[in-house]
Design a binder for this molecule. Structure first.
Ligand code: NAP
Length: 286
């Protein structure tokens, strides 16, 4: 039996084990996906264990996505741009680090009928999810990007990662940091084609939160609103955007695609997206 684990702290809330194990069972893959609670001081030892032959690889989640990077033997260039690893694949006795959050987000966004090419996008938040989304949008060809954050100075690094991604793709991108609230934020939002929430605001159990509680009406009627939060499936942000007639997209698809695309690094082909989506929904609702 081959093994895959998700390394996080805490990790009990993760629905990745149900999602991957359902797909392993359906595909007749002799593998087991385990949740591994790994406190920060034990991360290096846990990663070392992945070097033995029964391990295919692992996923990495909060709070280890950045601190795991120096513990790996090889780093994929896109993971280096994001500055975080969410997928590890063992090749012989070497561990390779990848990031499938960015491509998972981009694939789901396009799947939902929204092509970011040529758009002006606004990211709310400047943490790990925001960095993955920024790299994805730059790779996907946005022409303008604002990163609005409670702590604007933190948004600068995210904007720089996006600009560097565009530069490497031979494009130029105007990417700027900004505040999450106030007149400047409203002005930026009024020109947005696409807005992505990368803060935890609205996530269960604090479902009354919204990153645009006082400024949703600033968005133009053509804006698409994406929420990376997927618990609940429709956040306050998405509910209010939908009642204004805006197109909305929930974040469960990003989770499913990052998982399905991790299979490419473990097994050489993507996982079964529809089946994994159903398993993830069942795990969330159960
Ligand atoms: P993170 O690194 O901790 O970053 C959180 C960001 O949210 C920071 O920019 C922070 O601002 C901001 N923030 C936090 N609380 C806030 C508040 N009360 N008001 C205003 N801003 C606030 O977290 P992360 O890893 O980026 O994850 C963020 C969210 O993304 C998660 O909660 C999760 O729901 C979602 N996510 C979804 C997926 C998916 O597959 N769908 C994947 C990853 C993450 P400061 O810089 O000012 O602290």
């Amino acid at each position: 039996m081959q093994r895959v684990a998700i390394l996080g702290w805490p990790v009990g809330h993760s629905i990745s084990p149900q999602m991957h194990n359902a797909a392993f069972a359906a595909g007749g893959i002799p593998a087991r996906y385990e949740a591994w609670p790994v406190p920060p001081e034990q991360l290096a030892a846990a990663v070392k264990q992945l070097c033995t032959p029964e391990w295919v690889g692992a996923n990495v989640t909060i709070p280890h996505k950045e601190t795991v990077v120096p513990l790996l033997d090889e780093l994929d260039p896109m993971a280096a741009l994001v500055g975080a690893v969410n997928t590890i694949a063992r090749r012989g006795d070497r561990l390779h680090g990848y990031n499938t959050d960015w491509i998972g987000f981009l694939t789901h966004l396009r799947d939902a009928g929204c092509d970011p090419a040529g758009q002006r996008a606004v990211i709310l938040g400047a943490g790990g999810a925001a960095r993955a989304v920024a790299v994805a949008l730059a790779h996907g060809g946005v022409t303008g990007l604002a990163v609005l954050n409670r702590t604007p100075s933190r948004a600068e690094g995210v904007a720089q990662a996006a600009a560097e991604t565009a530069r490497r793709a031979g494009r130029s991108l105007a990417a700027h940091p900004g505040p999450l609230e106030g007149p400047e934020a409203r002005e930026i939002l009024s020109q947005a084609g696409l807005v992505i929430n990368c803060t935890p605001l609205g996530m269960a159990p604090a479902v009354d939160g919204s990153p645009l509680a006082g400024s949703l009406e600033a968005l133009p009627p053509t804006a698409v609103v994406y929420d990376t939060v997927y618990r609940p499936a429709e956040t306050r942000l998405l509910r209010e955007a939908r009642s204004r007639g805006l197109q909305t997209v929930g974040g469960l698809g990003m989770l499913v695609y990052q998982g399905a695309l991790a299979w490419e690094h473990w097994f050489g082909a993507a996982g079964p997206v529809d089946l994994m989506f159903q398993a993830a929904e069942t795990a969330l609702n159960g």
